[in-house]
Design a protein around this ligand. Sequence first.
Ligand SMILES: NC(=O)c1ccc[n+]([C@@H]2O[C@H](COP(=O)([O-])OP(=O)(O)OC[C@H]3O[C@@H](n4cnc5c(N)ncnc54)[C@H](O)[C@@H]3O)[C@@H](O)[C@H]2O)c1
Length: 328
Amino acid sequence: MRKTILITGGAGYIGSLLVNVLLLNNFKIIVMDKLIYGGESLLNVWHHPNFRFYKIDITEPDKVESVFKENKIDAVVHLAAIVGDPACAKQPELAKKINEAGSINLLDISIKNNVERFIFASTCSNYGKMSNQNSFIDENSPLSPVSLYAELKVKFENILINSNSQNDNFCPTALRFATVYGISPRVRFDLTVNEFTKELALGRELEVFGEQFWRPYCHVYDFSRAILLVLNAEKERVSHNVFNVGATNENYTKLMIVEEIKKRLPEAKVKYIHKTEDPRDYRVSFEKIRNEVGFEITRKVPDGIAEVIELINDKVLLNPDDPKYKNI
Ligand SMILES: NC(=O)c1ccc[n+]([C@@H]2O[C@H](COP(=O)([O-])OP(=O)(O)OC[C@H]3O[C@@H](n4cnc5c(N)ncnc54)[C@H](O)[C@@H]3O)[C@@H](O)[C@H]2O)c1
């Protein structure tokens, strides 16, 4: 029988593409979103027979519960959040209310209603800084969040992974996403690859702070594929488990990203502002999800760069500087 998946934050950057991928894979999709950035990203699926939308804030338990009463939900993919360090720093109380209290509320209601799987979008920012410059961080490395955003992700991950249900089959999984790039129905230009490429494709000079610091990157489409794989995985492999999502050979410094962009935009003007410290400097290993779930990426950073250049050159967006393409 067709499974029903509830996606919170389904109108967002990652969620709006995930909705399409899961509909194509014959799931029934319910999106719960309060539409902070609008809901245009969902218009292409609005009339799909297996799609249903609820404009609900996850911090309102009665409303959330009513969705579970109206629908038999098999799995929850929890993406709704105040996303990113700057957005959480700007609205700390709201971030705590949504990312911590709202998430706990959603988890309790999911367990009470016998949901089988619960997948949480966490982040590799949880790791903070590499202790050894030559090593790769993996799921067993210590967590050292350096922002409220990451602190709240770590807190909820712990609650989720230690959660128990009457239902022995309850299968919670935390996915620590690398920094995302690429195009989805809700475009974001406040993420490194997308932002750098957009600015340079528009012919502007780019200022890069701390060009030597490492981060892992992953295409937004590959996140949908990772979530699909985890939804379909044998429970023993993913239950009460944490996976980094990305690819080990897709760790880059900001300098390396600029060099990739310059291969396509050789005239690009870049000013480097040297920084000696970046609290988030890490190279991450993604071998666990590859070995245990069989996840392989299909796109790399240069593919994302090409995508953004095409979007800008073809003027697909009337105003790429519109604040709606940023989370702050
Ligand atoms: N984009 C990245 O690089 C990245 C990296 C790691 C993890 N993540 C995580 O993935 C998830 C999705 O990120 P995104 O980039 O798609 O963000 P996004 O900001 O584009 O989407 C978040 C969505 O959640 C909704 N939302 C926020 N608060 C809500 C609430 N109280 N009730 C209902 N809906 C609410 C917003 O309206 C928005 O549509 C987040 O949990 C984020 O922390 C993202």
